[in-house]
Design a protein around this ligand. Structure first.
Ligand code: LMR
Length: 417
């Protein structure tokens, strides 16, 4: 049966904007070019260009399958062994906030799920709060927090001139932010720039947060890809020691290479154990009314790995292998670019995590995609973890040719008006 347009109740539904990251993957998948390279989505690939199955995950998964575990519902806040393990991984074995009962942790549907449950929760207790995120930030931050009902603004962060942080400006800005605003921060491996707040700079950030009574929300999706598993967690540990409130969304997608299992957590550090219990009751309600309870398999795998001294030692080694491969890809890319173009790309070596803010313009990123099928985010972000010995030369050629082309276009005499 054919319905007339005016009969449709959906006639006024407008097309939603394309997702900057996953929308690009859709275009990549449809691209017939056999040489295509996807440097868009933030996924770690191995030297063969494959998403690795970590050996620790394979062993834990095999043991779970051999045990023939049934699939009951999990509790609203998740698989208890996973929740405990995630909390310990984040805060360490004997963190005072944990021993004082000030921390509540729930399992989440990936890091994004942790951000969303946290966003819904903040909206509930601080409905007027404005959310401040870094300029630039992860492409899904703005839509996620806007969909949760926040007004989203940015604080100064990346300086394209120095390729560092506009740290003094950032602090000054946050010092003027309305009391009770949310400050969204990247715990390590800043997405998209790869440029992190470091060491004692965090002391100043924490001071401003305390003075302005801001609500800090840490996005922690790349544990182990910066300095190391514990080193990267130090930011969250410090916030939890020094502040009465902090939210941390954690992802296990990258660190355990468990992307499709959607394993994540949300921890809320509070002022005391009574507050923590009340917060937990609210988080459970958010979860129950959104998706009831989280999926179990990935959480069981992570819990098994972290419960076994042997498997968790193996996991730590495997994370370091991934981190070091990304570092070597940074070096290889910089070497190749040096041979092809005079521009200095040494800054790529200073960036941390799986991304590099290449400095290429939107037009250059589009040209690189259209001419060479090399896909990166239009902001200039490229996923260094998707480089491998087979695609490095091709990518370096594409970057060099794109830069040369725009230089040639710039030097063309302007046509008379
Ligand atoms: C990214 O930044 O590309 C990743 O975190 C994947 C995602 O879900 O956006």
């Amino acid at each position: 049966m054919n319905f007339k347009k005016e009969e449709s109740l959906l006639a006024n539904v407008k097309t939603a904007p394309r997702d900057a990251i996953l929308g690009l993957t859709e275009t990549y998948v449809a691209d017939p070019n056999p040489k295509k390279v996807n440097l868009g989505v933030g996924v770690y690939y191995d030297d063969q260009g494959k998403v690795p199955l970590l050996e620790c995950v394979r062993r834990a998964d095999e043991a779970l399958t051999a045990a023939g575990i049934a699939r009951p519902y999990l509790a609203m806040d998740g698989f208890p062994e996973f929740v405990r393990a995630a909390q310990t991984l984040l805060f360490g074995a004997d963190h005072p906030a944990v021993s004082q009962g000030r921390v509540t942790t729930v399992q989440a549907v990936g890091g994004t799920g942790g951000l969303k449950v946290g966003a819904d929760f903040i909206r509930r207790f601080a409905p007027e709060a404005v959310l401040y995120m870094s300029d630039p930030s992860y492409d899904n931050h703005r839509p996620l927090f806007e969909e949760a009902g926040f007004r989203v603004e940015t604080y100064p962060y990346y300086d394209p001139r120095t390729r560092g942080i506009r740290f003094a400006e950032m602090l000054e800005f946050l010092r003027d932010a309305p009391k009770g605003s949310v400050a969204l921060l990247h715990a390590c491996c800043h997405n998209p720039t790869g440029v992190d707040i470091r060491g004692e700079q965090w002391k100043d950030v924490i001071k401003v947060i305390a003075e302005r009574r801001l609500i800090p929300f840490l996005d922690f999706a790349y544990q182990g890809f910066g300095e190391g598993v514990d080193e990267d967690a130090e930011v969250a540990r410090r916030f939890a020691r020094e502040l009465p409130l902090v939210l941390v969304a954690m992802s296990f997608s990258k660190s355990f290479s468990l992307y499709g299992e959607r394993v994540g957590s949300l921890s809320v550090v509070t002022a005391d154990s009574g507050e923590a219990a009340r917060v937990l009751s609210n988080l459970k309600r958010m979860i129950r009314t959104n998706y009831s309870n989280p999926p179990s398999h990935g959480a069981r795998i992570v819990a098994s790995v972290l419960a076994s001294p042997e498997l968790s030692a193996l996991w730590r080694k495997e994370v370091l292998v991934m981190r070091d491969r990304v570092r070597s890809m940074r070096r290889e890319l910089v070497e190749r670019l040096k041979k092809r173009i005079p521009a200095d790309f040494g800054f790529i070596l200073q960036q941390r995590g799986i991304f590099s803010y290449s400095g290429l313009s939107r037009e250059q990123m589009v040209a690189m995609r259209e001419r060479y099928s090399v896909y990166g985010i239009e902001s200039g972000r490229i996923c260094v973890a998707a480089l491998n010995p087979r695609n490095l030369d091709y990518v370096a050629d594409a970057i060099a040719a794109t830069i040369a082309l725009s230089a040639a276009e710039r030097s063309k005499p302007r046509a008379a008006a």
